[in-house]
Design a protein around this ligand. Structure first.
Ligand code: UD1
Length: 506
């Protein structure tokens, strides 16, 4: 088998491909290819890659994967991380004990539990159930150390304001995938009557008046932000009067939050459409609620089947939540069939067809599946363009996939992927949560051994991913490494002589 990590840039042409012969037509693609050639310039690779985390960290874990193993069988999907995090914040709206079931065991969930605990909320885990009791909230101020670790923790601002009339939350700041401001959250809360001051990095929001109650309002979101929709929906739940959120996010996790709030007695209509109406109530009551399956984890396993050419049954899922992902897999020649009411089976094809992808708010193609699909497209027949429109800096996996022999060039927020016949195992570093999944997928398909650093990203959002994949037949295990992070200088990886341009910051 050809070792593509040892190939030189341009050798793809010897495999019968040429940039001039893109098999996907279209003006945009032709323009990109022309611009890329014109602007082509080298970038510096290891050992000077930027550290994505503490370089001094010793005894870090790394994941070793021996690629090329076929997978088979059924894999269980955990509860949705993004639902769990926001529903935990939602439980703060309720002055009685609430139960959330199907809560995945993840670092992010533990971090959110700590934030709630710091506010005086009692959180207890019993298996996959979280019992949250916010009958007493002792603090309106969330600790910086915790909020800075988990952006989703900012979402407690809505419930705190609604319950106490005051909240002090540090700005979550940027993260690996972009600046991620909170202006839409803040402007929406102001529309609901909150005074908001941002001072020394702390958002201080409060409601004036005798009863310190927010007031229903008409809110139009400039962009259908998931987090802002969720923050405002929670805040409006206990407000005085009716709130409408227009251009609201329609993600399944928004519906899950609305359903949980409704189970606690909230009056919410239209969640899942672009207009949500909330009639404020004065108090919520206890509820026992089960979280939806994680559509991103499910999508990741579908890609695992496609990339290893293996048939896998993925369940439980809500197939409607995967419409865009399934449509793209089908466009790539991969069959996905529903099995029963809660399963989807991926039936692979030997040849993956190239396709273009643009990430969009739901029901468009999810940004959280972009990296995984890029891994798959590296092994497609032809050229594909992935356009990341949701976050400005979410292509960190590109240089790492390139280490494994992928042929990818970046132009702004677009990645142009030329399929290669085979990836080869290499030492790589995960730069964010979904990038880590993309590297695992690439490692499963690659020839030889891949070692992945930066596993703290993966542990934020994938519950027991190794054991789930091992059960399907993957050869992988986690080991402690004494090596410093990013120290790949001794690894005999020969990079393409003309590596892909990385100009998203230019
Ligand atoms: C949520 C998900 C994340 C997913 C994203 C988009 C959680 C915990 N995380 O993140 O996994 O990738 O939705 O589907 O649910 N923006 C602003 N101002 C704001 C808020 C957002 O400009 O006040 C911008 C962001 O910078 C980003 C875009 O809007 O470019 C989308 O962000 P948003 O939908 O808010 O994502 P999150 O809720 O942070």
């Amino acid at each position: 088998m050809t070792n593509h990590a040892n190939m030189r840039w341009g050798e793809n042409d010897k495999l019968g491909k040429s940039w001039d012969n893109c098999n996907v037509s279209g003006k945009i693609k032709t323009e990109f290819v022309t611009q890329l050639i014109a602007e082509d310039r080298p970038i510096t690779f290891s050992p000077n890659l930027p550290n994505v985390h503490s370089p001094a960290e010793e005894n870090v874990s790394i994941l070793e994967i021996w690629g090329g193993q076929p997978l088979s069988g059924q894999v269980n999907v955990s509860g949705a991380k993004n639902s769990a995090l926001v529903l935990m914040a939602g439980a703060v709206l309720c002055p009685e004990e609430c139960s959330l079931r199907n809560v995945p065991s993840l670092v992010d969930v533990s971090c959110m539990s700590e934030i709630l605990a710091a506010l005086g909320v009692k959180v207890k885990r019993e298996g996959d159930r979280l019992v949250i009791n916010a009958s007493t909230i002792g603090q309106s101020k969330a600790p910086y150390e915790l909020v800075s670790q988990l952006r989703a923790s900012f979402f407690v601002i809505g419930p705190l304001l609604a319950r106490l009339g005051v909240a002090r939350i540090p700005l979550p700041g940027g993260c690996a995938i972009g600046a991620r401001p909170v202006d839409l959250h803040v402007r929406g809360l102001q529309a609901l009557g909150a005074e908001v001051q941002i001072d020394h990095g702390i958002v201080y929001a409060y409601v004036t008046g005798v009863n310190k109650r927010l007031k229903g309002a008409k809110i139009y979101l400039d962009y259908p932000s998931v987090g802002a929709t969720e923050t405002l929906m929670m805040a409006a739940t206990l407000a005085d009067g009716e709130t409408t959120i227009e251009n609201a996010a329609q993600e399944p996790e928004v519906i899950d939050l609305a359903n949980f709030c409704r189970a606690m007695g909230a009056k919410i209509r239209g969640a899942g459409t672009n207009t949500i109406t909330i009639s404020g109530v004065s108090r919520l009551h206890t509820a026992d609620y089960s979280i939806i399956p994680d559509r991103v984890e499910a999508g990741t396993f579908l890609v695992a089947g496609a990339i290893t050419r293996s048939e896998i049954l993925v369940s439980p899922v809500i197939p409607d939540h995967l419409t865009a992902v399934i449509a793209k897999l089908q466009a790539m020649g991969v069959q996905v069939v529903k099995e029963g009411s809660h399963g989807v089976r991926v039936i692979p094809s030997q040849n993956i067809l190239a396709t273009d992808i643009e990430t969009l708010p739901y029901p468009g193609f999810p940004t959280d599946m972009q990296a995984q699909f890029m891994a798959l497209l590296t092994l497609s027949e032809g050229d594909s363009i992935i356009s990341e429109t949701v976050f400005e800096n979410r292509l960190g996996h590109v240089p790492e996939l390139s280490r494994m022999g992928a042929d990818i060039r970046i132009k702004g927020n677009h990645a142009i992927i030329r399929g290669v016949p085979m990836l080869s195992g290499a030492p790589v570093v995960a730069t964010d949560l979904r990038a880590s999944a993309a590297l695992v997928l690439a490692g499963l398909a690659a020839n030889g051994k891949t070692t992945i650093q930066g596993l703290h990203h993966m542990d934020r959002g994938y519950e027991q991913i190794e054991s789930k994949l091992q059960k399907l037949g993957a050869r992988m295990h986690r080991i402690k490494s004494d090596a410093k992070l990013d120290d790949r200088s001794n690894d005999a990886v020969v990079l393409p002589s003309k590596p892909p341009m990385l100009n998203q910051h230019s």
